[in-house]
Design a protein around this ligand. Structure first.
Ligand code: ACO
Length: 353
């Protein structure tokens, strides 16, 4: 059975750099608070009207496709991971297919937030292994700046997130190097919906408060059509992401190391075998905690949240692309991708480049 290899990789971040001090215009915060708690110095915000989640995904995809030595016409399946789609429906996959004038291939959107790209990669890997597709485009892209609460009320969330996109082209390979198989060795996916509301955006949604301890709006009084999205929701600022930061932190620092070790243990590998760990860029403190727990050296972990903030589904492919462009990943190197986020969902992929 073939394995999947990353044949091409690309990233795109908007030109507009927003540093921590720039946020003082909108909210009561400080560069010191943000850097100390998250490690973030600056992030990129997309152009309000000219850039969307899809257009950023297209830019990253163009680079990945070119580096794979193929054209957009050769792509035979698209998997697009995002939590900030251009439309509530249809998904960004079809918008990318249209924008890149691709054939009438299948397009699938993945809504797994921070672990979305690793989940998408895992789905693509299965299609490649079974021989169903030969050139799958996997994209992670987010335009967070469009949907955050930039008042002081929303500062615990809004300072963390940034915009950008990353993409890879997956192709089949049977290659080995020094007797070691190349490509994706395995992927590992998990979820625990018990705390789904801890890191969530409730609206627009059909929940009608079923899962929420604190009712958001008075649904008993709601008119037909109001339940999905109402004026009350907007008035009460119930249209923004909600996060219990400390609860997320506690779970993340357990599940990140667990899913990385699961990937290594599956192949009888040690942390010392890892050339590079690419953790989802949730928060520098989480990455540092994971690094310490696994006793990894600084050169074994790639972080770039300082420059780009947390770009959710885009963070793993952006970090992977940057690390590759910086020459940190060479043929034959063992690389682990790992992510944890809303759901909760968490995942890892272990690959030999
Ligand atoms: N600027 C200044 N003060 C702030 C800000 C801000 N941007 N945000 C919150 N505060 C204040 C709060 O109002 C609070 O003030 P108070 O003590 O007077 O009430 C104080 O700082 C502490 O608030 P907490 O929410 O308890 O802040 P905490 O120390 O937990 O830090 C953080 C928040 C950074 C989010 C932290 O909980 C954390 O690291 N959580 C991990 C979750 C995470 O990183 N999520 C990223 C996205 S999810 C993902 O990718 C998996």
């Amino acid at each position: 059975m073939p394995r999947s290899k990353v044949a091409g990789i690309g990233m795109y971040v908007p030109k507009n750099v927003v540093n921590n001090n720039d946020l003082l215009k909108y909210m009561d915060t400080s560069d010191e608070w943000i850097q100390e708690r998250t490690g973030i110095r600056e992030r990129r915000y997309a152009h309000r009207t000219e850039e969307t989640t899809t257009t950023m995904g297209v830019e990253a995809s163009k680079i990945a496709i070119e580096r794979a030595g193929i054209t957009a016409q050769d792509i035979d399946f698209i998997i697009f991971a995002t939590l900030s789609p251009d439309y509530y429906f249809p998904g960004c996959g079809v918008l990318l297919q249209r924008a890149m004038k691709m054939k009438e291939i299948g397009a699938l959107d993945v809504r797994n937030q921070c672990s979305g790209f690793v989940y998408a990669l895992s789905v693509a890997d299965q299609f490649i292994k079974t021989g169903m597709y030969k050139n799958i485009l996997v994209v992670g892209s987010e335009k967070h700046s469009f949907g955050l609460d930039f008042s002081t009320r929303g500062r615990n969330v809004s300072v963390i997130f940034g915009d950008g996109a990353g993409a890879v082209v997956l192709q089949p390979t049977e290659q080995s190097r020094d007797g070691k198989e190349q490509g994706i060795l395995s992927t590992h996916l998990h979820s625990d919906g018990e705390s789904a509301e801890i890191l969530a955006m409730y609206n627009p949604g059909t929940h009608a408060n079923h899962w929420l301890e604190q009712p958001l709006a008075d649904f008993e009084e709601a008119e037909i059509g109001e339940m999905f999205f109402s004026h009350a929701m907007i008035d009460k600022a119930q249209v923004f992401p909600n996060m219990d930061g400390p609860a997320v932190f506690k779970k993340a620092i357990v599940k990140f190391p667990e899913v990385i070790m699961e990937a290594l243990d599956t192949h009888g590998l040690q942390t010392s075998d890892l050339k590079l760990l690419i953790p989802h860029q949730a928060n520098l403190r989480i990455s540092q905690f994971v690094q310490q727990k696994l006793k990894l050296r600084d050169d074994q972990v790639h972080n770039n949240i300082q420059k780009f903030g947390n770009t959710t589904a885009a963070s793993v492919p952006i970090a992977l692309c940057e690390a590759w462009e910086e020459g940190k990943i060479k043929d034959g190197d063992l690389v682990c991708l790992a992510a944890f986020g809303s759901g909760f969902t968490w995942a890892s992929a272990i690959l030999r480049w």
